[in-house]
Design a protein around this ligand. Structure first.
Ligand SMILES: NC(=O)c1ccc[n+]([C@@H]2O[C@H](COP(=O)([O-])OP(=O)(O)OC[C@H]3O[C@@H](n4cnc5c(N)ncnc54)[C@H](OP(=O)(O)O)[C@@H]3O)[C@@H](O)[C@H]2O)c1
Length: 356
């Protein structure tokens, strides 16, 4: 069974039951066990066409399968290197199963070499065996599904800002400060000396964001003029054009860099005005940074740095993040629509399963 979203109207969704595809030699059927759902997945759908997110898990004409991160098990195998029962973590469709064509199979996992995934960023095509994953902890599967891809991004942004000398601006302003990608970045920046970490958020989330304790200041979107007269870097998770323009208007030439990371406010995006003061916003694409750091540090060098940062972060999230489980198609549809419309409490995160 697949959860399908209409590409031209993200509010239109349905389930499709179909006959399991027969496996060709070398292929494997993964049974999708569970996956996390956050605004990040909504952004995959929103940018499904423009950034090829619909291309990972093709569906019938006009419909898409929004990618999710989660755990799956080999349910059927026609690949000698992978036996039934192997459990993996990776990029999955919101479906009961996924047929992959494993290549580069080793004790750590494999990549899906299916033809339709060949031109897509490599970071999304890898599946990690849990029995060889240094970050894996069976007690922490929920948080891994929900937070690993987001914290990975937070880590890469923190690394990028430091690597580019941008932290000398002294102030980093993050929008959608309540989001997990933003507060993971704030957590990392808070561990650096002398950085004023400012969270921009909606009035309804301000108290929650203050309570996280990783932002030096929390400012509501309506109060951007109170940000202060320092230099700053802007990291935009909201994609909100009005917020972006107000931040640029406020800092003007004191803005050292403007990074576009996300679009949680996906209904408030607008094209960049030519007259926008300050630097032109630059899109931050995590897979590009992964490729760069993998070249420079090697795959293991990057992974070990991440693993080191991951444990204290995970520990910190246990103090504020409540994981909510829901099973079955109806729960998936309801959670998806709530996320799409921004009706999710930032202190909660949702793990879904279509098979449990
Ligand atoms: N470029 C990359 O490589 C990359 C990688 C990972 C994540 N990201 C992006 O980072 C963003 C954050 O993802 P996340 O999963 O961390 O988010 P999340 O934790 O689910 O964020 C929830 C917060 O987003 C805002 N929000 C969500 N939906 C909204 C709506 N419909 N209307 C208004 N506000 C809404 C609210 O924050 P406020 O009230 O504080 O605004 C809400 O508290 C996503 O856009 C994601 O795609 C990008």
């Amino acid at each position: 069974m697949d959860f399908l979203i209409a590409k031209d109207d993200l509010h239109r969704c349905r389930f499709l039951d179909s006959e399991p595809q027969e496996l060709a030699h070398g292929q494997v059927r993964l049974g999708v066990d569970a996956f996390g759902l956050t605004s990040n997945n909504i952004t995959y759908a929103e940018f499904g066409e423009r950034m090829s997110y619909w291309s990972f898990f093709p569906a019938e004409e006009g419909w898409g399968r929004m990618p999710v991160w989660g755990f799956a098990e080999v349910a059927e195998s026609r690949n000698e290197a992978l036996e039934e029962g192997v459990r993996v973590y990776g990029y999955l469709p919101p479906s009961t199963d996924l047929v992959v064509a494993p290549a580069r199979v080793d004790e750590r996992g494999f990549i899906d070499s299916s033809a339709h995934r060949a031109g897509l960023p490599a970071v999304y095509n890898g599946y990690l065996r849990v029995d060889a994953d240094p970050v894996y902890d069976p007690q922490q599967e929920d948080r891994q599904m929900l937070l690993r891809p987001l914290f990975f991004t937070s880590y890469l942004i923190d690394d990028f800002l430091a690597d580019s000398g941008l932290l000398s601006a002294g102030t980093v302003v993050l929008s959608s400060a309540s989001s997990k990608t933003a507060n993971g970045l704030a957590f990392l920046l808070a561990n650096r000396e002398g950085i004023d970490v400012v969270g921009l958020t909606s009035a309804r989330s301000a108290e929650f964001v203050r309570g996280l304790g990783v932002y030096d200041r929390v400012v509501a979107y309506e109060d951007i003029q109170s940000l202060g007269q320092t230099a700053a870097v802007y990291v935009d998770m909201s994609g909100d054009a009005q917020v972006r323009d107000a931040v640029h208007e406020h800092y003007r030439e004191r803005l050292a860099h403007s990074s576009v990371v996300g679009a949680t406010h996906h209904d408030r995006m607008a094209i960049l005005p030519a007259s926008l003061p300050g630097p032109r916003p630059v899109f931050f694409f995590a897979p590009d940074r992964v490729a760069k750091r993998t070249r420079e540090w090697g795959r293991e060098g990057l992974e070990s740095r991440l693993a080191e940062a991951w444990d204290p972060y995970l520990e910190w999230t246990t103090g504020w993040l409540e994981v909510v489980h829901a099973d079955g198609p109806q729960a998936l549809e309801r959670t998806y629509l709530d996320l799409l419309d921004g009706h999710i409490d930032p202190a909660k995160a949702h793990v879904l399963s279509m098979t449990r």
